[in-house]
Design a protein around this ligand. Structure first.
Ligand code: NDP
Length: 397
């Protein structure tokens, strides 16, 4: 049915490649391309399907991307490289008539700041070209938006309060490691917090607000308010929302390491002189930290990510909690990667499947909640991320 090009052969790219290969009725031709071709070859070897093609590409370079797209002619590109590459890949899609999907919004390398404006600015160009761009199709952003759309479609007339809750109760048995790209992860967590209330954005100091929340099958965990990109699109697409927040769990050990990393200047993203060379401390740190892709083997426990929603149905107030729990070991057994890569890669594959089946095909640039959630929700249950619903219980928030 469809030709797909995956860009990025990291933790998430590896999961996407496995899941795409498992759905051969939809994805008939597959290529995985990244900065280091050997990593793509290793993924193909692990999958054991030699018909998957591989290529080397520098996704910061539009001309290289265009040449690759013209030679392979994919219908859709799944961008699971880094957020820095979003715009170059979107440019190459426009130049070659290729549809686009990613899991994280654009972020310039030299400022730790992310927002959708840069990618939303492409809406008219994608519309005019008759091409679909699906933004933020991992778990959060991604499934968090689809859950919200599903709640709005089936359970509420008006969503008023939305809390996205993200718990990783896994243990990788390392003193300190991040679960996805350390550079992107540390940039995200060390930013100011931000949430939406009564039509305004409220800024907090990094990790200033925290609360103990109880996660299914896990129990209580300290959860910290962060800014997360899907809040921006969700409050725009659901104007009835009065308050929207995002919470993520961190252990004390993790936070202590993070504080030391910042205090000693290793979280800096500006280049410094080192023995006549320019190095970016955070990029150097990435090189010495454990590779998130190697965490899977000894990772136990599970993740639990969901949406806790309060709003009105038929004039009455209701609460609703929808979530998925994902076992790190089960993810590892299936794909060789831990649960955080798995929960991101599976929805990216499903989003591309939605496009190729014609269910999420609409010229323009869209966030996931702007499409019909039902066929996506059905696939979540089939593809390894089953969801559960809790009605009218205390949300703790
Ligand atoms: P990794 O660092 O493991 O992988 C990134 C991959 O992209 C690597 O293979 C890397 O190549 C490749 N890459 C980097 N720069 C370039 C370039 N210029 N040209 C070509 N390839 C390049 O990251 P993850 O797999 O953990 O994360 C991938 C994406 O998923 C990120 O954007 C991240 O923000 C997003 N994400 C989204 C989540 C969600 O729920 N929505 C959750 C977790 C992650 P090399 O190996 O050579 O460096």
């Amino acid at each position: 049915m469809g030709k797909v090009l995956i860009i990025g052969a990291g933790g998430v790219g590896t999961v996407v490649a496995h899941k795409v290969a498992q759905n051969a009725d939809v994805f008939t031709d597959i290529m995985i391309a990244s900065r280091t071709k050997e990593k793509c070859d290793a993924v193909v070897k692990a999958i054991g399907n030699p018909s998957i093609k591989t290529a080397k590409v520098d996704a910061d370079n539009v001309d290289e991307l265009v040449a690759l797209f013209e030679s392979f002619r994919p219908e859709i590109v799944i961008n699971v490289a880094l957020p820095y590459q979003d715009l170059t890949i979107m440019e190459a899609c426009l130049k070659t008539g290729t549809n686009y999907l990613d899991t994280a919004n654009y972020e310039p390398k030299d400022v730790a700041h992310f927002e959708y404006s840069w990618q939303w600015a492409y809406k008219k160009r994608f519309e005019d070209a008759g091409l679909t761009a699906i933004l933020g199709c991992g778990f959060d952003p991604g499934v968090s938006g689809v859950y919200t759309a599903y709640a709005a479609k089936h359970h509420f007339d008006e969503i008023q309060y939305l809390d996205i809750v993200d718990c990783n109760a896994g243990n990788h048995h390392k003193a300190f490691a991040t679960n996805f790209n350390p550079e992107i992860n540390i940039r995200e967590i060390t930013q100011n917090g931000r949430y939406y209330e009564n039509g305004q954005w409220v800024t907090t100091k990094p990790l200033e607000i925290h609360k103990q929340l109880t996660y299914p099958n896990i129990g209580p965990r300290d959860s910290y308010l962060l800014y997360h990109e899907e809040l921006e699109s969700l409050v725009k697409n659901y104007p009835s929302i009065r308050r929207a927040r995002f919470w993520m769990t961190f252990g004390q050990e993790y936070l202590t390491h993070l504080r030391v990393i910042q205090d000693i200047g290793m979280a800096r993203i500006d280049p410094i002189d080192y023995q006549g060379m320019k190095i970016v401390p955070l990029q150097f740190l990435k090189a010495v930290l454990p590779n998130p892709q190697d965490l899977g083997e000894n990772y136990d426990g599970e993740t639990s990510i969901g949406c806790r929603i309060r709003g009105l149905k038929d004039g009455k107030e209701h609460t609703y909690y929808i979530y998925n729990n994902c076992s790190h070991q089960a993810a590892y057994k299936e794909t060789g990667m831990q649960g955080v890569s798995y929960t991101t890669g599976v929805p990216a594959m499903i989003g591309a499947m939605m496009y190729l089946k014609g269910l999420w095909k609409r010229p323009g640039v869209w966030n996931v909640e702007e499409f019909d959630p039902d066929p996506f929700m059905e696939q979540l249950n089939k593809q390894g991320l089953p969801w559960h619903e809790v009605f009218d219980e205390d949300l703790e928030l």
